[in-house]
Design a protein around this ligand. Structure first.
Ligand code: AQP
Length: 345
């Protein structure tokens, strides 16, 4: 069956948005809006899988919304909303809790990393997170999902859930008039030189919001001086930059900085190395500071301006959630018919 092409993705309001979120996800969101109908979600239901301070959660929901707009997503053309305003995400997630298998969730590496040794004490929500993520995507029957490399395994799980639902309910899907498949197999879009931006302090760890050291990441709201300080202090090695990509392989910190430069400059690592091969890090870092400030400075300023107007931000979220609900509501009606629930007509 042919599905209408549609993009869905989300960002958690769990702290400072950083360069990893920007290069791995949000720049792709912006680029895709020229070609597709897009739905971009502030995934606040995911955020509460770990404890969030309520006033701070409200603030960060608005801040992520501001970031979407400041980075260039057009809220009139595309849908921007927060997940908790569209109840169908949680409703479909329950159905998927009953489709997904325990063994599938047991393999999720992000759960293992986040739960660590304290597994008995983490929330059930953290464990079931990938089922909710599958529901986020499939409640819009989205076909394309731009994400960072770290979300690849969750996307594969979403595809498995869609497939199992289509097989388990094949007869009902056909008799309700939906042909041979109700859900599409959503395609991950993981492309470019910075699909996994690493910590500035440790090239073996992903740049992340929850890392205690603020020097490990560049936040979208950092000012020029802070960006300069963080880049200057970024861990490197004593060698000059290589001229070929092959030379980056055993050098994770160099590889990371070159990848960041390439992504910010919309080019490839090879092109960056043809310009900076043989240069010392001091020279390269100065260029990286200039580029980062030029690209991120205007975004940070616009975000700070937008968050001063929560009434405007809330109106974007209300409008977006009304438009999202219209699509999600239709999907849930069909899912109820397919599963065999009796529903209000
Ligand atoms: N370091 C990264 N490099 C590339 N892409 C990244 N993403 C996150 N970190 C990187 C992508 O950003 C999108 C939104 O991520 P999220 O907010 O939903 O959750 P996350 O992946 O858990 O982000 P963090 O910052 O790493 O948070 P914590 O510290 O809570 O774990 C996703 O598409 C993600 O792939």
């Amino acid at each position: 069956m042919a599905f209408k092409e549609r993009v869905f993705s989300g960002v958690q309001p769990t702290g400072n948005l950083h360069l990893g979120n920007y290069l791995g996800a949000i720049t792709k969101f912006v680029a895709l809006q020229d070609t597709y109908d897009c739905i971009y979600c502030v995934v606040d239901l995911h955020a509460i899988t770990v404890w969030q301070d309520p006033p701070e959660l409200k603030r960060t929901i608005r801040e992520v919304t501001a970031a979407f707009i400041a980075c260039g997503i057009d809220p009139k053309k595309q849908i921007i909303f927060n997940q908790s305003q569209v109840a169908e995400h949680a409703e479909l997630a329950w159905v998927f809790n009953c489709v997904a298998r325990l063994g599938w969730l047991n393999r999720m590496t992000q759960f293992k990393e986040k739960a660590g040794k304290d597994r008995e004490n983490v929330s059930v929500g953290l464990y079931a997170y990938p089922n909710l993520m599958a529901a986020d995507i499939l409640v819009y029957r989205a076909t394309h999902v731009p994400v960072g490399e770290d979300q690849k395994q969750h996307l594969e799980l979403a595809r498995d859930i869609a497939q199992k639902f289509n097989v388990d309910f094949a007869a009902s899907i056909a008799s309700n008039g939906y042909g041979d498949a109700f859900f599409p197999q959503p395609e991950p879009i993981i492309q470019g030189p910075a699909t996994r931006v690493m910590s500035l302090r440790d090239g073996s760890k992903k740049m992340s919001k929850s890392e205690p050291s603020d020097y490990s990441r560049i936040n979208l709201t950092d000012d020029a001086d802070t960006i300069a300080q963080k880049v200057r202090k970024a861990k490197t090695d004593p060698e000059a930059l290589p001229s070929e990509e092959e030379g980056l392989k055993p050098r994770p910190e160099a590889d990371n900085l070159v990848g960041i430069y390439a992504a910010l400059n919309n080019t490839t690592k090879a092109a960056v190395l043809s310009e900076f091969g043989g240069a010392q890090f001091s020279t390269f870092k100065m260029a990286l500071v200039d580029l980062s400030v030029a690209k991120l400075g205007p975004i940070g300023s616009e975000m700070k301006k937008l968050v001063q107007d929560p009434v405007y931000i809330d109106s974007i979220l209300a409008d977006g959630s009304a438009r999202a609900s219209a699509i999600a509501g239709e999907t849930m009606k069909a899912v109820k018919d397919i599963v065999g629930f009796v529903r209000r007509s």
